[in-house]
Design a protein around this ligand. Sequence first.
Ligand SMILES: *Cc1c(COP(=O)(O)O)cnc(C)c1O
Length: 400
Amino acid sequence: MQSIKMLDLVSKYEAPLYVYDSDKIAANYNDFVNAFKVPKLKVHYACKALSNITILKLFRSLGAGLDCVSSQEIRLGLLAGFKPEDILFTPNNISEAEYDHTVSLGVNITVDNFEMLEYFGSTYPEVPVCVRINPHMMAGGNRKISVGHIGSKFGISIHQLPLLERIVNSFKMNINGIHVHTGSDILDSEIFIKAAQLILSVVDKFDTVKFVDFGSGFKVAYKENGLHTDIAEFGEEFSTMFNEYCEKRGKQYELKFEPGKYMVSDAGVFLARANVIKQTPATTFVGVDSGMNHLIRPMFYDAYHEITNISNPEGKKKIYSVVGYICENDTFGVDRQLSQVRKDDILQFKNAGAYCFSMSSNYNSRYRPAEVLIHNGKDYLIREREQFDDLIKNQPSIEI
Ligand SMILES: *Cc1c(COP(=O)(O)O)cnc(C)c1O
């Protein structure tokens, strides 16, 4: 990424701009895969983090599977060349019609409530189904992104195991996998492993199970030396536990994970131009040519993105609040130390690979930015900046 200068990319493609690095994505994927010492492993990239079709093709070329949460993501995955059997479908609260469609596509189905389980039992008794379990454990982090706790909407409660067994047995269902995803931010691998052991006690109940899918929640560092999952250490501990379980059961289960953020977060940056430097009585604001319409994580769940002024790296350090142009609370960062910012300088936001472009919108009727991939030392435009036509193309012209 260093060899290609970000400022040159801004000259070529204009700002605001997302830039991703395929070498970094490959390194993240390989570190993850190599951390686990088990006979059967498949890592499915959770593509909601960054779903550009070129990024999906990159994951396919690395040997990953895909984790999809909508039938549209499945279609993107198939278009990117993934085989249906390498795609996991792990949605939440979707309709029977959407499930019907995905059954016809031949992907691996996961259900996360009893109604849908009974629907599959009565409608598709021959289709193997994976069941999402909620172990009710908080894996650290922020309540908004912890999805394993008692108040969470996800999964079938581990306390309802007897009902689960009754439904599966009465329909003679083929439960091919057990799934858990306790949400982002695994700070404590001990809690994760405890939750995993609970999940394995569910695997015990179903002889048809072939794989156990432990979802994701791997944490990346947002600051230098920031808290993050030590994947090598976690992988070693986890593999030991998992291998012992398989040995005890006398059966080689396939181990699956679905990391999104871990794969792409630090492989992307977001570049935005400073439009206005405004001194108020209390604060110096930098207003950039972007906002929550392009990168909503700071406003949505207080995510931290490191910001630097790449146009003036040697400039004197000053304290700024970096804000966007949206007419709404639109703050990227408060009291940040940046090299002096001048009008038209380019600010770089780190960790912009995951849940940034993929959560972007047209709020305030603005265009979504372009995306560029650096691959084998060259830059490729992988998504064009939107234009006015994109805003109105789905709106019939009605005479009023
Ligand atoms: C979002 C999601 C993931 C990916 O989570 P990350 O924190 O980005 O790694 C994995 N599995 C499921 C079911 C998800 O909904």
